[in-house]
Ligand binder design. Structure first.
Ligand code: A2P
Ligand code: 11C
Length: 339
């Protein structure tokens, strides 16, 4: 029993994680269809004691009978095929940026703004957007504090993993690391510069205002998710040679005082958040420790010395980009449809 599910981009990093999350959470499904490009069509993939043949997304009937379609094959694919799936009655949970800022499309982190899903029903075609991974990971920690003391301004600096650029970027990081250690020139197919043993500004296109697209996603998506057009957000997004979890330094300025002990209590009670904040042992969140985990880890919880009257906090957040940043969040949205 359960819905008929299609996974679009099933051969990719997030697509493969959808499958693991479905198993881990015992997500009920009546049938499963694995879709990717014609390059992968015909490939056999084993999943939960069955073998599936990957089908070409562009083949006729790809979405016939599908109740829920989890999309993670890039914005172009979502724009081209999302509406076709909706027209056949499917609810599309889209991991790309294609529809996020569309006022008709809910942009949802289930722990943060489940109310945005109020009008979405299984059987009535619709698109629900999964936020950008950096936004999800940041807001998992910032929202409980925002609810308590209202964030007026947020300054984010990210340290983003290879996985955000897909499976091929993860492979390139491995290959480059080996090449550089062997004294060879690094292969630069995905990024235009050396990635191993280096960091660089996020590869998203740089806009006229000097911000890159990834940074502007954090600005715009936060406003939409919090339903607060006035919140001030600025971000600097950086790619670091880490495999699959993003780290973010987040500085918060509140409307009213919030002391660090209260902040710690609030975060301790927050769903999907784990505190790692041991000053004595200098133990704080790391990307490696949150890899393959569901929870976002928060630490370095401290009063911002530069702000008066306890109106500022600094925190450091790590979250698995492929999991809570993408696949887990999307499957949680799908679970909400079953309730
Ligand atoms: P394929 O493996 O057939 O290229 P990642 O983000 O890890 O790079 O994965 C991208 C996913 O999106 C893969 O499953 C990939 O399928 C799929 N994809 C990319 N372009 C297309 C396309 N034009 N049509 C269908 N699927 C696509
Ligand atoms: C990254 N967040 O980590 C990006 C990639 O809007 O879904 C995903 C872009 C998006 O590089």
């Amino acid at each position: 029993d359960g819905p008929s599910v299609a996974i679009v981009g099933a051969t990719g990093a997030v697509g493969q994680e959808f499958l693991r999350v479905i198993t881990d959470r015992d997500f009920p499904y009546r049938s499963l269809r694995l879709l990717a490009s014609e390059r992968s069509a015909g490939k056999r993939l084993a999943f939960e004691d069955r073998e599936y043949t990957v089908q070409d997304l562009a083949a006729p009937g790809a979405f016939d009978g599908v109740d829920i379609a989890l999309f993670s094959a890039g914005g172009g694919v979502s724009r081209k095929f999302g509406p076709a799936a909706v027209a056949r009655g499917a609810v599309v949970v889209d991991n790309s940026s294609a529809f996020r800022m569309d006022p008709e499309v809910p942009l949802v982190i289930p722990e943060v703004n489940p109310e945005a899903m109020a009008n979405v029903r299984l059987g009535q075609g619709a698109i629900v957007a999964n936020p950008n991974c950096s936004t999800i990971i940041c807001l998992m920690a910032a929202t409980p504090l925002h609810r308590h003391a209202k964030v007026l301004r947020m300054v984010v600096s990210t340290y983003q993993a290879a996985s955000g650029a897909g499976a091929a970027a993860m492979e390139e990081l491995k290959l480059q690391t080996k090449e550089v250690l062997e004294g060879k020139a690094p292969t630069c197919n995905i990024f235009k510069q050396q990635y191993a043993f280096n960091i660089f500004s996020h590869n998203a296109p740089v806009l006229e205002n000097g911000y890159n697209e990834e940074e502007m996603k954090m600005v715009k998506e936060t406003r939409k998710i919090w339903n607060d057009k006035d919140v001030k957000v600025t971000a600097t997004c950086i790619r670091v040679p880490v495999m699959r979890a993003h780290a973010e330094s987040v500085n918060l300025q509140f409307e009213k005082a919030l002391d660090e002990d209260t902040a710690r209590e609030i975060l301790r009670a927050a769903p999907g958040v784990t505190i790692v904040d041991d000053r004595a042992a200098n133990r704080f969140p790391t990307p490696l420790e949150v890899s393959d985990k569901d929870d976002v880890a928060v630490g370095r919880i401290r009063q911002d010395l530069s702000q008066d009257d306890n109106r500022g906090l600094d925190i450091f957040v790590c979250g698995d980009q492929i999991r809570k940043g993408a696949a887990l969040n999307a499957v949680q949205i799908a679970e909400m449809l079953l309730k």
